[in-house]
Design a protein around this ligand. Structure first.
Ligand SMILES: [Zn+2]
Ligand SMILES: [Zn+2]
Ligand SMILES: [Zn+2]
Length: 471
């Protein structure tokens, strides 16, 4: 049975004496992570709330940082205020009891069930911030909306994910762009803003300056056009004792639109006396103080984001490891250590009996990530077919291991180089056919084959292989 857990700072012991566990930040590591329903924060000081939420969201354990956070407060918080908050929801401190706690638990049950689906949910495994942001977005199953804020550098904030980052220097926009480029998120246009082209600050000062000497002190004057005599001059030329009188023909002016009009405005520079119709505009950054033309600043689109189907998939398995995970399930994939042990035994066996030949096959996919994005929601299905190809081409006695997400090592037992060459070719042909029929695109695959003997240096071979196949 999951229960809410109070999280508190060391400095403050909080006010409520609820019946739930209370832990301090320093104890986060020792909490029973599977039993947390949500985090309760019962602090008034915004700084303390921030410290606690950051401790939760910056934690590398999915069962800690993905949980719902509830702020217990005396204040009335409406939906609008809530969207500015870095917590999932707020609850009235005075009314908080077992019943409300149960309601909160069930409101977070879909998030908690999703967390349960994650492999290694209780390990301290998530160090990549982009991946954490993706997981967070997927776990909430809702669109993440930007909020205008003077508290952050880039002027727009995503308050729920902001506490995952240690700084508010605009990195959040870069992370969302990164996930968007990889088709893991779908953007929806909300607004746009100008950011400093040097430091990404949204706080820019737009000023009109003299186009001649660039002085900022310029004065605007209205022009007056007298219909009767066609004279046009500045407003000050027409004022005589508080009334308007034409300096050319001395007639009094009475009604705008009837005997005169104001066709435009002229500017005069207080420094160089230059007069002009169009001042130049310059923009100066409040943060780094650099000035440039407004059109040279960065024009940035601010979006709301939700996860794509491929993003939802990648949030569970990790973007790069989707294929490895499927292989792991469908084939018996040896760990790198077990593979090395096996290779040593095989080398010794061959040396001892001198009657058999085995081969080592290395295979690298150069753009697995790109393939996965192109495949979108079909990625999983196609990767399952891909692992079926491995399974049908290799024999039971062959051993396969993933070096990383895209490099695979295989020991083809009792297979001399010429036959191994055929096996490799059969694999490549089948894989290419699979991708061509699904994507109209052939993937870049490199292979290397070596006979297994005492001279075989796997690490040196891998080095050489990777060097040769840099893409
Ligand atoms: Zn000037
Ligand atoms: Zn006149
Ligand atoms: Zn700047």
């Amino acid at each position: 049975m999951r229960q809410p857990v109070y999280l508190r700072t060391v400095q403050s012991l909080g006010r409520s004496s609820g019946e739930f566990d209370k832990i301090e930040i320093s104890q986060l590591k020792s909490v029973d992570m599977a039993s947390i329903a949500c985090w309760l924060i019962d602090e008034d000081e915004p700084e303390l709330v921030k410290t606690l939420v950051e401790a939760i969201r910056q934690h590398p354990c999915p069962s800690i940082y993905l949980r719902g956070v509830v702020l217990l407060t005396d204040k009335n918080i409406n939906t609008d205020d809530l969207s500015q908050q870095c917590v999932d929801t707020c609850s009235n401190l005075q009314l908080f009891d077992k019943t409300i706690a149960n309601e909160l638990c069930s409101s977070f049950s879909s998030i908690n069930e999703w967390i349960d689906k994650l492999p290694k949910a209780t390990e301290f495994s998530d160090i990549n911030i982009s991946f954490k942001v993706l997981r967070f977005l997927v776990s909430r199953k809702a669109e993440m909306l930007p909020v205008m804020s003077a508290q952050v550098y880039c002027g727009y904030d995503y308050p729920l994910i902001a506490p995952m980052l240690e700084t508010n220097d605009g990195t959040i926009l870069e992370i969302l762009d990164f996930l968007d480029e990889r088709a893991l998120l779908t953007p929806r246009f909300i607004t746009k803003t100008h950011l400093c082209n040097n430091c990404n600050s949204a706080f820019l000062n737009f000023k009109e300056v003299c186009p001649h000497c660039r002085a900022e002190e310029i004065k605007a004057a209205e022009l007056i056009h007298h219909f009767k005599c066609a004279y046009t001059g500045e407003f000050s030329d027409f004022t005589v004792n508080g009334k308007l009188q034409c300096p050319k023909c001395d007639m009094a002016l009475h009604h705008i639109g009837v005997d005169y009009d104001k066709p435009s405005v002229v500017f005069r520079c207080a420094q160089c006396e230059h007069s002009f119709q169009e001042p130049e505009i310059t923009s100066t950054c409040f943060s780094c103080r650099r000035s440039c033309k407004p059109e040279d600043q960065v024009s940035k689109t601010i979006n709301a984001y939700s996860a794509t189907a491929i993003g939802q998939n990648a949030a569970i398995f990790g973007l790069e490891s989707l294929f490895t995970n499927i292989l792991q399930n469908k084939l018996k994939l040896f760990s790198p250590e077990a593979f090395t042990d096996f290779l040593q035994i095989e080398t010794a066996r061959i040396a001892r009996y001198k009657i058999s030949n085995s081969s080592l096959l290395m295979m690298q996919f150069h753009d697995l990530e790109k393939l996965q994005i192109r495949l979108g929601r079909r990625a999983e299905e196609v990767f399952i077919e891909l692992s079926a190809i491995f399974k049908s081409t290799l024999r039971q006695s062959d051993v396969i291991s993933a070096r990383n997400e895209s490099i695979f090592f295989m020991v083809l037992t009792e297979t001399a180089l010429p036959e191994a060459q055929l096996v490799a070719q059969r694999l490549i042909d089948a894989i290419t056919a699979l991708f061509e029929s699904n994507l109209d695109y052939s993937p870049a695959i490199s292979t290397a084959l070596k006979q297994i003997n005492k001279e075989l240096q796997v690490e040196a071979l891998l080095e050489e292989f990777l060097e040769k196949n840099v893409h």
